[in-house]
Design a protein around this ligand. Sequence first.
Ligand code: NAD
Length: 499
Amino acid sequence: MTDIPTLSHWIDGRAYDGESRRTAPVYNPARGTVTTTVRLASTGDVDTAIAAASAAFSAWRDTSLAKRQSILFTFRELLNARKSELAAILTSEHGKVTSDALGEIARGLEVVEFALGMPHLMKGDYSENVSTGVDVYTLRQPIGVVGIISPFNFPAMVPLWFFPIAIAAGNTVVLKPSEKDPSAANWMAQLLAEAGLPAGVFNVVHGDKEAVDALLEHPDVASISFVGSTPIARYIYETAAKNGKRVQALGGAKNHMLVLPDADLDLAADAAVNAGFGSAGERCMAISVVVAVEPVADDLIEKITSRMAGLTVGDGTRNCDMGPLITEAHRDKVASYIEVAEADGALVVVDGRGIEVDGDASGFWLGPTLFDKVSPTSAVYKDEIFGPVLSIVRVGSYEEGLDLINESPYGNGTAIFTNDGGAARRFQYEVQVGMVGINVPIPVPVGYHSFGGWKQSLFGDAKAYGPAGVAFFTREKAVTSRWLDPSHGGINLGFPQHD
Ligand code: NAD
């Protein structure tokens, strides 16, 4: 036990143990062993982080755009050069395979690169002579100390959706990462320090509900950016808004892929397998339901099962296709849906229990699992299972499939597979989902667009990163200015008009 390291918070440019003695174990899920113990912050520890961020804000805001950009540019270069170190941390604590971990970092780097354009993105507008001798212009200014609360499934990418834009815009940050895979956050904090970021601009507090509540309630925190499950997203949205903060709270998902009879079924089968089982299905943009418009279901299922048979499951460092689930309890919960499916009358086409793995038997394994003829009334269909479980729902028409998707309480991502441009165009118009793929199964927008779902997949009105991220982490000021010409002036108590 004495060999297990303890991960501290990162506050004011250094590791900080804090006052709380509470800790949580961090596992390597491919081995089922504890690799690290993470500290869980008290309210006082969070207050210390917020105080450091508040103290750093004024000087960071005063730092020129050019200097802020240059520090972020150095961070981008360091992150790109040393991404394999970060990928190894992700694989060790999350379990995702190395290629997928590198993919996560690449999508995070996109946002850093977008944020490097902040001198352009923060430019305001200018209208000359709106009234005689009067000009109006707008400025974008940082909002202050921003809080970020992130989930376990993207321990690098989700923080990277937010902090590069927040920092580039002149804000200071307190990040509360998932306690299940916390080390990536400290690694990035260290790298930001190496890039020249002043102490206090980026802080990390580890913890659970106590730390989250301290962020939500502190008067010096201007905004909360949250990504996680829907019940917690709703709680974050309500609590942060009640405390007067800006909030973007991205929640859970249940993403459907609609396959029309004219689709290329090989492409659709590849997409369903990649998007259903990549990262063991622990992605908010994973495809969890394939809606097959008859008569394609039998052919499609055959193509999907033949591809599933070739997938290798095992330790993420061993070139496998898929790794373990995050915890033993989560693995057991996901596996329990196989019994639910059977009880609800679905066909278990592939059962992932007892799969042979290239890894330690104590890991949290469940192999790719496929259900057919799933009823929309079953919990298998309704719940966000968040594991390597793909359901097939058979429908008779495009309209029936569309209605099913639109009736879902979630609206994160969806995809249509078809060769009919008219059908695809109709789908993009009619579907009630925030991110849509046309022959693309995981339509995560690039860094210069914005990411976010509809309905219970996003609370608040601000999507993440891209233009929405810049708007969220800045506030606009409109200035109306007149440099006096002695011929203008005089008393007029009427509401300002233009002449
Ligand atoms: P989670 O909601 O359990 O945890 C997210 C964060 O909230 C963590 O930092 C956690 O410590 C904190 N938290 C947990 N319980 C809390 C509580 N009772 N009070 C206050 N804070 C609490 O989510 P997770 O299991 O880490 O991540 C998986 C979920 O995240 C899935 O539902 C997935 O769909 C969702 N997700 C959504 C997106 C998106 O963009 N919409 C992206 C990634 C993940």
